[in-house]
Design a protein around this ligand. Sequence first.
Ligand SMILES: Cc1ncc(COP(=O)(O)O)c(C=O)c1O
Length: 316
Amino acid sequence: MVVFLNGRFFAQDAAVVSVFDRGFLYGDGLFETLLVARGQPFLWDAHLERFARGADMLKLRPPLTSVEMRRAADRLIQLNALLSAVLRITLTRGPGPRGYSPAGADNPTLAMTLHPAPRLNAKQPARVRLITSTYRVAADDPLANVKTCNKLPHILARAEADAARADDALLLNTRGHLAEASASNLIWISGDVLLTPPGGAGALMGITRGAVVELARKLGLATRQANEKPAVLRRASGVFLTNSIHGITEVVELDGKALRRSAVVARLQRSYESLFLAEGASKQCDEMSLRGRTARAASRRAAQSGAQAPSARDKK
Ligand SMILES: Cc1ncc(COP(=O)(O)O)c(C=O)c1O
């Protein structure tokens, strides 16, 4: 796989980040994870808007503009000849002197990597079983609104789910209210209304959550934000998760007990898929011509930028 690091493209084993990088030392950074479909990063503008907001909050200066970042992302997709993938963008404060003070860390690290897209219906179950994590996220934490590299509660919650052979974990916040799943937002249906925890609940404000809420409104469904205890999920007519990689995933079980299922979830899944296909189609890039171009571009651009073109083995 070819990766992007600080303005250049490298074969993945040749891309090296300093052991003094604050992303490594303190999680001092941000990231975004997007789905690439037909060679196009889905909901790019929304992800970049959150990324820019996060950089502002952390007082990080991305070394590229969002237009330059898009150009680099497009080029990375071409160099790897991957039409379906997961794109991860990471920005850290870069290397600096020892200690928490960010003073002296003036060269941020920007990396972009591609990863295999999950195969729907195989690895990613369309329906998930959750357990309630013992870890909690902080209510009213302003940092929860942006996608920082600090994810320990989520990592440990997911480890609890793995150990319990569940698919994912539900995280409550420090007030005992519903927040989110380890890497997804939570939405439940009560009567005709879609409910989701509000900004201050400690959940990341997901891009997919926003897109699904907008979609629901267009379908004539009412949406509301609410701080609620987990018991509401037992009374809900349907519960689902949203995230950029898996879209909408129905929750069918919580802590070993079945939850009710609603036809509204399947309806939203269909609408979301249409949105996804429409966005891809509006920027339609002919797959065959992209494949042709990628092969030629890979060697030409690699030669120009000093990158190593992906080997046949890397591409597998
Ligand atoms: C903690 C957390 N919550 C929610 C989400 C969903 O956000 P998005 O829809 O932007 O992918 C993610 C995504 O990775 C996440 O890590």
